[in-house]
Design a protein around this ligand. Sequence first.
Ligand SMILES: Nc1ncnc2c1ncn2[C@@H]1O[C@H](COP(=O)(O)OP(=O)(O)O)[C@@H](O)[C@H]1O
Ligand SMILES: [Mg+2]
Length: 362
Amino acid sequence: MTHSPLYIGLMSGTSLDGVDGVLTPFDADPVAAHIPFPDELRRELLSLQAPSDNEIHREALAANRIATLYADCVRELLDKAGLTASEVTAIGAHGQTIRHQPALGYTRQIINPALLAELTGIDVIADFRSRDIAAGGQGAPLVPAFHQAVFGSDKAVRVIANIGGIGNISILRPGGSVIGYDTGPGNLLMDGWVHRHKGLPYDRNGDWAASGTPLPALLDRLLQEPYLALPAPKSTGRDLFHADWLASRLDGFEAAPAADVQATLAAFTARTIAAGVLRDAPNAEAVYVCGGGALNGHLMTTLQGALPMPVLNTDELGIAPMHVEAIAFAWLAMRFCQRLSGNLPAVTGARGGRVLGALYPA
Ligand SMILES: Nc1ncnc2c1ncn2[C@@H]1O[C@H](COP(=O)(O)OP(=O)(O)O)[C@@H](O)[C@H]1O
Ligand SMILES: [Mg+2]
């Protein structure tokens, strides 16, 4: 390939669907691979999101499993690219968030980075979020700096909406100023509901949601969630938006068709993202969606219905929606190797720019 340094980014997000891996370039479609999580690991990771028995032991075992799957992903990337480990400068490994409590001073992205370094023979950078929290920040979202670097325009305001398990937006202004925060649920409530009623991991293309009719009273109730009205900086996760969050709001809707609830959840995700765009970027040229939500046709149509500007996906800007977040962690690994800051204090609320991550040498 090229003579410029090569990086690998590995990301597994709140959807718990698996690990997305990429091997640079940063500004165009890279070599990519996806390894789904086995069902029983997904169940264990879901269970580790909340207090339960023997957590330290179970977390350690799950972190080893994740390192092993991340290593499988690295092997697939190297095979596809025809490269050897020694040609890669570093891996940026996000790990799996099982708790995110910035107000209490911690966040946990589990992975055994020592094992990943051992299995791959490549330098591993991990634990990207802790330093930002130590500096008074939210530790999230971390993708806006990367969005600015590759998607920013000097002519127009652009919004990048990353719809993973959680939704987050980056508002990129000409001149380089950036606003970014978690808007609320992305796919995770819809994933949970379709799993409960149909045993499926997600609602393909949003077809089931599209077959239902949103319930206005339920939508209003969901929109009362105080997180939505908080000013930025803010970030959230499964700590707040879990199955019980939804269950406690379904009182009185027991008889409603399950498809109507799914339609309401899709409308809720779209409304919360649209609210952020309308408040902070009403003059944006377009909203560019990335993450798995970009593959949900019904969600994209609903979001377009709530916004005056075009809703597109990041293919328009040269990177496939499912690759963006993993590339961001390859980019953050590069920033670490160059000892450059990876956070945007205006986004996370940290006291200043910080070099993010910790190195586990090959
Ligand atoms: N074809 C599709 N139709 C609808 N939703 C999809 C599709 N493909 C992926 N998704 C959604 O995207 C999610 C994965 O998105 P991803 O960006 O990986 O999120 P995360 O970063 O939280 O893991 C899945 O859980 C699912 O909800
Ligand atoms: Mg994912």
